[in-house]
Design a protein around this ligand. Structure first.
Ligand SMILES: *Cc1c(COP(=O)(O)O)cnc(C)c1O
Length: 443
């Protein structure tokens, strides 16, 4: 421990009167100064500090950080449409307006305006989902991971749940199908092999204790070569003969055709799945949510399970989800940003190139390959076109773009910063151009 360092620490009064802290509100300045002095004292006592930093400057930095919103809008120039680190799906304008309306005031979240009686929280999403999917009933919870957990808990606890060894996947973070099944109380019965599983394998595994047959969509990987996997219809038949439900975790869940070879939710239900589970913020292009749709008795068993209350949706998410679903009902899918981005051919780079004329960098338009991202359409390549910037160290330029406001997140590859217009929203080209110009001037 260095006593001289402790003695060098400025007294609170002197620190508070430092001219560079003059612009801070009194309480913020006093509170931050005290925290910084505590932090430095702890560092000195622990022997971690060998010299004092510029203390007023550190107070100013910490105070600014405390006043600054961490979660902010970012411009996605990566071309990866469902970028998990960038918040997955950007919402449609109508969805944003619906969120604003219910968030900035009160709402009829659980009130029937016609009668003045209590209404259901999910009333607004029920009808559009049932209409779009042709199913008996549907509910939604916090995300698809929650939907899987809820379905297994409500329908499979204490019973055997038959799953193919090729589908015991890990989705991300710590969400693994076998773990989630153990947590739900369902007993996992594995059948088949990693690459090949047949309907007969499921059939042979049926016992008196069977409670569910489950199929999991390979959302974030692809098994190629010597592979076999029963269809939804074949598994639905096995489940029906065993008199148990067949549930399918679709992960992404496409609502419109043409998104790679991703199965459409309505088709899977028509093929005989009794209950399907899918995300709100993958191919649907809505807010983070997990939708459970299918047979009424199964949906209602999930709805009535105590876990439902712990996983239920907030009014802002419900507003965004309902508005997005109503765009599908009205056939206005061109207003859903992710649908447009995923079905676009090679994007036009002309506006970006024109804006960057004379910026001092080497600007090239190059063909490239993009991906949808976000655990959807694995291996499905999106032929794309990017603006490649060279002439400065790409990591430095990328850092400069990320750390301004609004932040611009590009891709870095081939010793260049790559800007893909696919994921730029209306009006963002000007922001990107301004960001690149400022970043290059600042160097
Ligand atoms: C993405 C995915 C999940 C998890 O969905 P979230 O909405 O991200 O919670 C579960 N299962 C499959 C097959 C998925 O692809």
């Amino acid at each position: 421990m260095d006593n001289t360092l402790l003695r060098q620490l400025p007294k609170v009064d002197r620190l508070l009167s430092a001219p560079e802290l003059g612009e801070l509100p009194d309480t913020l300045r006093a509170d931050t100064a005290r925290r910084v002095l505590d932090e430095l004292r702890t560092g000195i006592l622990a022997g971690e500090l060998t010299a004092l930093p510029d203390v007023p400057a550190l107070v100013l930095l910490r105070a600014k950080a405390r006043q600054t919103q961490h979660l902010v809008r970012v411009i996605n120039a990566t071309g990866i449409v469902l970028h998990t680190n960038l918040g997955r799906a950007p919402l449609a304008q109508a969805a944003c307006e619906a969120v604003h309306a219910v968030a900035s005031g009160y709402s009829n979240a659980e009130l029937l305006l016609e009668t003045g009686l209590r209404g259901g929280r999910l009333d607004g999403i029920h009808d559009p989902l049932v209409e779009l999917l042709g199913c008996e009933d549907a509910i939604a919870v916090n995300n698809n991971a929650a939907a899987v957990f809820l379905a297994l808990s409500a329908l499979g606890a204490g019973r055997e749940c038959i799953v193919s060894r090729g589908e015991l996947v890990k989705i991300g973070g710590s969400f693994r199908v076998p773990d989630i099944m153990a947590l739900s109380g369902a007993r996992l019965v594995e059948v088949g092999t990693t690459n090949r599983t047949r309907a007969a394998d499921y059939q042979r595994a049926v016992t008196e204790d069977t409670g569910l047959v489950m199929r999991v969509h390979p959302s974030n990987f692809k098994v190629v070569g010597f592979t076999e996997r029963p269809t939804t219809a074949e598994l639905a038949e096995v489940a029906a003969s065993a008199r148990v439900p067949m549930i399918e975790d679709l992960g992404s869940g496409a609502m419109v055709p043409g998104l790679g070879d991703e199965p459409m939710v309505a088709d899977v239900l028509r093929d005989g799945a009794d209950l399907v589970l899918f995300s709100g913020d993958k191919l649907l292009g809505g807010p983070q949510a997990g939708i459970l749709a299918g047979r009424r008795d199964l949906v209602q068993a999930c709805r009535k399970h105590p876990l439902y209350r712990a996983l239920r949706l907030d009014k802002m998410v419900l507003a965004a989800l309902e508005a997005t679903l109503r765009l599908y009902v009205a056939g206005r899918t061109d207003e859903i940003p992710t649908v447009g981005m995923l079905t676009l051919g090679r994007p036009d780079c002309a506006a970006l190139v024109a804006g960057l004329d004379g910026c001092g960098l080497d600007v090239q338009v190059e063909d490239d390959v993009g991906f949808s991202g976000g655990g959807a359409l694995p291996g499905h390549e999106l032929p794309t076109r990017v603006v490649a910037l060279r002439g400065v160290p790409p990591q430095d330029l990328a850092h400069a773009l990320r750390t301004r406001s609004p932040a611009v997140v590009p891709r870095v590859a081939r010793d260049a910063v790559l800007l893909d217009p696919r994921t730029l929203l209306p009006g963002e080209i000007d922001d990107v151009v301004a960001a690149v110009r400022q970043a290059t001037i600042a160097r």
